[in-house]
Design a protein around this ligand. Sequence first.
Ligand code: AMP
Length: 311
Amino acid sequence: MNEVLIVGSVALDSVETPVGRIDNALGGAATYGSIAASLFAPVHLVGVVGEDFPQEHLDFLKKRNVDLAGLQIIKGGNTFRWKGDYNADLNQAVTHETQLGVFEHFEPKLPENYRDAQYVFLANINPELQLSTLEQVKQPKLVLCDTMNLWINIAREHVLEVFRRVDIAVLNDGEARLLTDQGNIIAAGRQLLDLGPRAIIIKKGEHGALMFSKGEHPASLSEGIDIFSAPSYPLEQVVDPTGAGDSFAGAFIGYLAKTDDLSMQNLRRAVVYGSVVASTTVQDFSTASLAALTPDSIAYRYGYVREMSKF
Ligand code: AMP
């Protein structure tokens, strides 16, 4: 079975949404990504936490088939903490406080057996750390990356360098506009594709996701690019959108690792799995609903999305 290597933040999050709030809960891009990917394939996690990181979270991740040999636990150090809230549209988090803690001096060091990973997810983290992780991997079949507005604002060149080095990049519509200066999402998709990746996935919250790829179909849609449009699973209430993007990406790459099929048709299925798993994450605070997700529920939502978009 192919394993997924994931590098990114492991965090304690304090989040306020229109529905309520939670303090110092399990969070972080690599955390959400790993839990989601582990629904499909075993995961190797690369990250860092402090001694204050609760043992119960480590036990939970281990139970989920997430290998923590690459998670550094720094004696006397403080875990990365993020505090944010969401305004009415729930699609964009507003960061109130970021305490870097052990992240400040973090250097990813991959255990020897991680270097052969075939499926690599560079989750949200400083893009220089994404690049240094990539340097340590031998010959991956697929590298996926994510980013956030902070890095686009303060480390744009490094973010662009990551995009040039990956097979697929996933980001939300606001980030795509910010990174390209294109107001139009189709134009942004094309511009990002021109950086080199085989596909660009732009998520649009409750409005679904678009996947742009270089035209592989005989009748490519728009001057050499194909566009796949996947709806989101319909929800009438979102409790906490934190981690939606990370769990989308985790499920996407987890499904690809499980099936080991990188055809465009299978990438499309993976987008729908990503969307379905993300729809569960947002139904409760922190990782609660994602952790409770079952294969039956994934299959039900996947079938539902297929039915609702059939014509
Ligand atoms: P998202 O999927 O975009 O909602 O990601 C939310 C996660 O990103 C939260 O659990 C945060 O801990 C994490 N996060 C927030 N800021 C940063 C940052 N600067 N670097 C890495 N991770 C972050």
